[in-house]
Design a protein around this ligand. Structure first.
Ligand code: KG4
Ligand code: ZN
Length: 347
């Protein structure tokens, strides 16, 4: 049943995007994104080929105040007109997490508004409700720079973990492969671009763990195979890079597809009365080849697949505001002395 409309300001600073957003609505969604400002730090980290925590934290400090003002301005609202303030409290780079969380605490105290500490992963997990009002429960593949997990989403704060990566996250595998191939940072979009013209069958790369049952993932061996292919080649031209990128991406697609297929069957058995919905979320969900493959797998098992629009795949504050909104609607708020957490599993 839809509840009264809530208006939530959300802040995100757990990795390398400084973001603030205002979202309005009520569970189950969809909600209205009144504003969503995302300032990427890609340029600051690119020379290092990865996110440098200290640089990220400083950049968040420099930008957060202005980004919050812009989010409120664009929404046409003052702080007095929001119902609560949500901020990512983890997991992530702790220096950055604290910048957003402390800013939210200060705003909450000054404006006399409730504070909601949000798990960043829950932001990704509930985005399909913000965009599509997806009913609960649903199966979630969460694929980002730091995570690769299969979860059943039962509600805000209620998750069942089926399995996750035993080494690298999917996005991490893309980033490391891009670095090995000299494709730049962030790696995911660069590998996807390079793969467009490549032959995915040229290199026989491994599909680690797929010979074993269960829902866990492994990508480290795949990355190592990419390194060996580069070392063996000596001279590497653009065609070689395109073929290797395409072969790598095809292996990731196969790994994700196989695990999701098994998980969909588990979901159908575990929640026999539930509608059959699956969601892919997180930065890697921006990848077209992965989205297309998962859509086909879902279809073959009688499931719908919801994938966020591209601007909501990567880190943003609209998803944090929405996750905060769902918690607030369920009566959950956080004390002003709530701490930030570098690690914070959903389940
Ligand atoms: O969710 P996200 O923005 O940040 C984390 O919370 O980790 O995910 C970032 C990750 C990075 O590893 C990035 O390379 C990957 O998502 N990514 C992609 C694509 N766009 C971003 N991976 C594959 N294909 C893409 N198009
Ligand atoms: Zn994320």
């Amino acid at each position: 049943m839809a509840q009264a409309e809530l208006t939530i300001l959300g802040l995100e600073s757990s990795c390398d995007e400084t973001a603030a957003a205002v979202v309005r609505g009520g569970p189950p969604g969809p909600g209205a994104i009144l504003s969503s400002i995302v300032a990427s730090q890609d340029e600051a980290h690119a020379p290092y080929g990865g996110v440098v925590p200290e640089i990220a934290a400083r950049a968040h400090v420099e930008r957060m105040d202005e980004i919050v003002v812009r989010a409120l301005d664009r929404a046409g609202l003052g702080l007095a007109e929001v119902d609560a303030i949500a901020a990512t409290a983890g997991p992530g780079l702790i220096g950055g997490v604290l910048v957003g969380l402390m800013t939210a605490k200060a705003l909450a105290l000054a404006a006399g508004k409730p504070l909601i500490a949000v798990n960043h992963l829950e932001g990704h997990a509930l985005t399909a409700r913000l965009t599509d009002g997806l009913p609960l429960p649903y199966l979630l593949l969460l694929v980002s720079g730091g995570h690769c997990q299969l979860l059943a989403v039962e509600g805000p704060g209620r998750y069942r973990l089926l399995g996750g990566t035993i080494d690298d996250a999917a996005g991490e595998a893309f980033d490391k492969t891009a670095k090995l191939m000299g494709l730049g940072f962030p790696g995911g979009p660069a590998v996807e671009r390079a793969a467009l013209t490549g032959d995915p069958r040229r290199f026989a790369l491994p599909r680690p763990l797929l010979d074993r049952p269960g829902f866990d993932f492994s990508f480290a061996g795949l990355k190592t195979a990419v390194r060996y292919a580069l070392q063996r080649a000596g001279h590497v031209d653009e065609t070689f890079k395109a073929d290797l990128a395409a072969s790598f991406q095809a292996a990731v697609v196969d790994i994700l597809s196989a695990r999701v297929k098994a998980a969909l069957r588990w979901f159908a058995e575990t929640y026999p009365g539930a509608a059959r919905h699956a969601v892919v979320a997180g930065g890697v969900a921006a990848n077209t080849a992965i989205r297309d493959a998962l859509r086909a797998v879902a279809g073959s098992e009688g499931f719908t697949l919801t994938a966020p629009p591209l601007r909501l795949c990567g880190d943003n504050a609209a998803m944090i505001a929405w996750a905060g909104l769902e918690q607030f609607a369920a009566g959950m708020t956080s004390p002003l002395d709530v701490g930030g957490r570098a690690r914070w599993p959903l389940a």
